[in-house]
Write a protein that binds this ligand. Structure first.
Ligand SMILES: Cc1cc2nc3c(=O)[nH]c(=O)nc-3n(C[C@H](O)[C@H](O)[C@H](O)COP(=O)(O)OP(=O)(O)OC[C@H]3O[C@@H](n4cnc5c(N)ncnc54)[C@H](O)[C@@H]3O)c2cc1C
Length: 446
């Protein structure tokens, strides 16, 4: 069955053609009606993952917070969370997972030119191409602007040489968000350029790194005279630091604003091999990185597990669970504050208002880490020695054990919590900057 035979001819909330008329902001309550109507018309567990995602992209529901010209609906984060909740309640498969949706799509929407949006966005939103983040290097993590990977101009192309590390899902991606040094004579923040980088080419070697969960989520990527077109620079030559900071801001928000879980998901791109399989197979599937944030599902599982082990009346467990719920609620309120700040900024034409000092995303990320660490503590209290057993046949299907093993990661990725606190101190509270060389020193003199 082709998409045009099987998909609604006029997806809810759209005009049914590629224009954007009729798509725009809605009252919060109408969001649920739009998503419910879409699921009624489009869900079919027997179509392939690729067909389902094509329908979702056509209905502009893959990433509805994106602007309309980039394939979204310009919905607020609160509305997108409501949309995700409907998908979870309806027990369907959600939009493509991964960094293409989380980071590449909003970065491209914000900084890429119209031609690039046209070239890259449809495949991201329909999940047919995966993207990874080629930022960190062995000597450049917290000090990301110290990166050494170099890009040298060669006609209409750039030749890239260097090493990246911690590249999540790099082994399953067609494209990378690559930052490389194009002008070593300039100060370190100014000589960086951001590329959409094709991964499948000679000179790119992706080597998996096994983490303590036993899986190899991330990789080392060795780049040896690989090539990228000048037309694939995002945001202009030398502007990479500004563009990378947008990506990092989206990463922080993504980490702290998890959808709460509950729907099935699949891995985008041609390499993972999910696209041609029936979408119904992925209802219970959760990608390995699922426990990066604590959602309602984890809270429920913790309480149910404590109850089934007769631990709910234990004052230590009760106290720890109550504290977890309080921290979770605070994190939720913090995320809502970010959303309210954005709304206010839109109303005032970009001017921040009220309490906003521009570090809400950093605060939200630190909140997320606190919730995760408390959840990890509670899981250990409840499971006791069973916490050491992993796998589908372990208690809770291995979910809480996964939480325990993976929870140290989110306080590191997207910029460590120490770095978030530095930013909050310096930009939010006006504390003095960390000592270091002048920002004007050329990179090659550092
Ligand atoms: C699960 C996971 C997935 C990741 N995925 C990706 C990815 O897909 N792509 C990518 O590019 N990167 C990725 N990263 C890398 C991540 O962004 C870096 O690990 C992170 O920025 C920290 O850098 P680093 O590991 O080099 O640590 P370092 O920068 O060497 O820091 C080591 C320690 O020193 C502390 N520290 C450093 N500088 C300061 C300072 N100025 N003040 C106070 N404390 C400081 C840090 O907080 C940390 O505790 C991932 C990391 C993890 C854990």
């Amino acid at each position: 069955m082709t998409l045009s035979e099987s998909a609604p001819t006029n997806p809810p909330g759209t005009t049914g053609h590629s224009g954007i008329d009729g798509v725009g902001r809605l009252a919060d309550d109408d969001v649920e009606a739009v998503v419910n109507e879409f699921v009624d018309q489009a869900w079919d567990p027997e179509i392939t993952v690729q067909q389902w995602w094509a329908r979702m992209a056509e209905a502009r529901l893959s990433s509805p917070t994106l602007p309309t010209e980039a394939g979204g609906r310009a919905w607020t984060a609160v509305q997108a969370t409501r949309a995700s909740k409907v998908l979870a309640d309806r027990r369907v498969v959600g939009p493509p997972s991964g960094l293409g949706m989380l980071l590449a799509a909003p970065t491209i929407a914000k900084h890429a030119n119209a031609d690039q949006v046209q070239r890259w966005m449809p495949a991201i939103l329909a999940g047919t191409e995966g993207w990874c983040q080629l930022f960190s290097e062995p000597g450049a993590g917290s000090d990301l602007a110290g990166l050494q990977t170099k890009a040298v101009r060669d006609g209409d192309e750039w030749i890239i040489t260097g090493q990246k590390v911690w590249t999540s899902n790099g082994h399953e991606c067609e494209w990378g968000m690559l930052i490389a040094r194009t002008d070593p004579d300039l100060p370190k923040h100014q000589g960086i350029t951001y590329f959409g980088f094709p991964m499948n080419q000679p000179g790119v070697e992706v080597r998996p790194l096994t983490e303590m969960t036993g899986r190899a989520l991330f990789n080392e990527v060795f780049i040896s005279e690989a090539r990228v077109s000048d037309a694939d620079i995002i945001g202009g030559r030398g502007n990479g630091w500004r563009v990378a900071n947008s990506t990092l801001a989206f990463e922080r928000m993504g980490i702290s604003g998890g959808h709460g879980g509950g729907f099935g998901t699949a891995t985008p791109g041609g390499i993972a091999g999910h696209l041609d399989r029936p979408v119904g197979e992925f209802l219970g599937y959760r990608p390995p990185i699922a426990v990066g944030a604590v959602g309602r599902r984890i809270l429920r599982v913790l309480t149910e597990e404590a109850d089934s082990r007769g631990r709910l009346s234990d004052p230590v467990v009760r106290d720890a669970l109550t504290r977890l719920h309080m921290l979770h609620r605070l994190a939720g309120l913090s995320a809502r504050r970010v959303s309210a700040e954005r709304k206010a900024a839109r109303r005032t034409g970009g001017q921040r208002s009220g309490l906003g000092v521009g570090v809400e995303g950093n605060v939200a990320k630190v909140h997320n880490s606190r919730v995760l660490m408390q959840a990890r503590h509670v899981a250990g209290l409840i499971l006791g020695p069973d916490a050491a057993l992993v796998g589908d046949d372990a208690a809770t299907g291995g979910m809480l054990q996964e939480l325990i093993l993976f929870s140290p990661a989110p306080p590191i990725y997207g910029g460590t919590d120490e770095i978030q606190r530095n930013v909050i101190g310096e930009r939010g509270l006006g504390l003095p900057k960390e000592p270091g060389p002048s920002k004007e020193t050329p990179f090659n003199q550092l």
